[in-house]
Write a protein that binds this ligand. Structure first.
Ligand code: CS2
Length: 481
């Protein structure tokens, strides 16, 4: 702000697009991804696909975007500079806790054809070990008793579907866009588990009528910082608190199974396929698996960002060795993908110096991420007769991280739904062996057969001990020799 003039804010020219979708979870990823694809599809083909974006908790997204009529800036960050694009696909913003009934009514309106989700792993309220809905989760328990005012995504979806069934309004498509394996099938299971606890007839109708296509989503989108907002202001003259920053790359693979139409997302490059499974496995294991590895080891080594991690040749070599020896041998190539080329391109994406993706941000919610990012890959290696030492090192680094004290003795701000119990378990044990055993006993994270595997236990314990004795940098250097 100069000379006392208020900062210039974005405004919408003309009417907002008519609503055809409700999206739960309007955070940075949604704004850098779903809304960008939808904006391009509507510009090219028209269609009433305006998005009503619903926050499940905080009013931040609404407070940032509503004063701008829902429009915001999507900024592509490449080494060459910043490219800004104003996105107008978000027509309305709601905050569910302020009026959950209004959100249910909107979702029940027949003009809504798709309900999409970016609610993060923990938003599914599932037990990763059983793959079923955690009926004891406080939000789920509340919603089953209070369906008129739901708090969880599953509660909102079931309340709206119940209304639609009652009114003969037909289904909507539920489109999960979170980094979970078979995210459509998983969402279907959670919705059905919830619905069956309410009414078997509702569950049967949903099983019959509602499609849950799976998707693979990919675009690196670090949290927006004040420095990003200042930079956009300096370059464009607009001060946009709702702006998002992201890499140039994007990939969206979607199962083409929709009940009542969809935007022409293929115009913006989305790939429609019969089965997404192979793409999802490739992405979760190759990208998210190394991301989490870099997050824990990098944080312990004192690196603030992914780009800083892979500027260290040992950390870059660790990624390459992981892909070559431990990850790619467990991943069948999806049609049209060359796995070694895919992995090599990932390293270039990580190196993008314009993207400041913090190791601390990626380290969040590890208890919800480890199974699909690292543990499934470890299981497959063991089944193929190999103990994958570098993946075991990543698990050990997570264990050090959730212990809550870094290599300089400073406390770590661990964000995880299980943070407190993980810390208690770690603090209650003395030796490396005892700490590893205490953490492997979390059977919502580690399947009992994996936790009991002697080769896995020994490798994680040895890596944990080495991290304590030698520190992350030395251990990573040793792991790529
Ligand atoms: C990251 C992902 O924060 C994280 O856990 O690994 O958000 C990652 O950036 C995206 O999946 C990339 O598509």
């Amino acid at each position: 702000m100069e000379g006392g003039l208020p900062a210039k804010r974005l405004t919408r020219d003309g009417p907002a697009p008519a609503i055809g979708m409700v999206h739960l979870g309007p955070g940075a990823f949604f704004r850098a991804f779903n809304a960008v694809y939808t904006d391009a599809a509507m510009q090219a083909e028209g269609g009433d696909w305006g998005i009503a974006a619903v926050s499940l908790r905080s009013p931040t997204a609404r407070d940032q975007m509503a004063p701008q009529g829902g429009v915001y800036t999507s900024c592509t960050l490449a080494p060459g500079g910043l490219q800004a694009q104003v996105i107008g696909a978000v027509s309305k913003l709601l905050v569910a806790p302020e009026d959950p009934g209004a959100v249910v009514d909107l979702m029940a309106d027949p003009k809504v054809k798709i309900v999409s989700l970016t609610i993060t792993e923990k938003g599914y309220c599932h037990s990763p070990a059983t793959g079923r809905l955690d009926l004891s989760h406080p939000d789920i328990a509340y919603d089953l008793e209070n369906l008129a005012t739901p708090r969880s995504a599953m509660g909102l979806i079931c309340a709206a579907l119940a209304q639609r069934r009652q009114a003969g309004a037909g289904p909507f498509t539920v489109l999960s866009c979170d980094n979970l394996p078979a995210n459509g099938a998983l969402t279907r299971q959670m919705v059905l588990d919830f619905a069956r606890s309410l009414s078997p007839e509702l569950a049967d109708w949903i099983a019959e009528a509602v499609p849950f296509p799976s998707t693979m989503v990919d675009r690196i989108t670090p949290a927006t910082t004040d420095a990003d907002i200042d930079r956009l202001d300096a370059e464009t003259g607009y001060r946009d608190p709702a702006m998002v920053v992201h890499e140039p790359f994007r990939q969206w693979v979607i199962e083409d199974n929709f009940a009542c139409g969809r935007p022409a997302w293929e115009i913006a490059g989305a790939q429609f396929v019969k089965s997404v499974e192979a793409h999802e496995l490739m992405k979760l294991r190759c990208l998210n698996g190394t991301h989490s590895t870099l997050a824990y080891l990098g944080y312990l080594a004192g690196y603030d960002t992914i780009a800083a991690c892979v500027a260290d040749p040992d950390f870059a070599a660790l990624c390459e060795a992981l892909w070559r020896d431990e990850i790619l041998p467990t991943v069948p190539a999806p049609e049209g993908e060359d796995l070694p080329a895919y992995a090599a391109a990932l390293l270039d994406r990580y190196r993008n110096p314009a993207i400041r993706h913090r190791t601390w941000q990626i380290a969040m919610d590890g208890s919800q991420k480890l199974p699909q990012r690292l543990l499934g890959t470890i299981r497959d290696n063991l089944d193929q007769g190999r103990v994958p030492l570098r993946l075991c090192l990543a698990v050990a680094a997570w264990m050090r991280y959730v212990g809550g004290v870094d290599e300089k003795g400073q406390s770590i701000d661990v964000r995880d739904p299980l943070a407190d119990t993980l810390k208690v378990a770690s603090d209650g044990a003395d030796s490396a062996e005892a700490k590893v055993a205490a953490l492997l006993a979390f059977d919502d994270i580690f399947a009992p057969a994996l936790a009991a595997d002697p080769g896995f236990r020994a490798a994680v314990t040895a890596a944990y001990q080495a991290l304590v004795t030698d520190g992350a940098r030395a251990v990573v250097a040793g792991a790529v020799k």
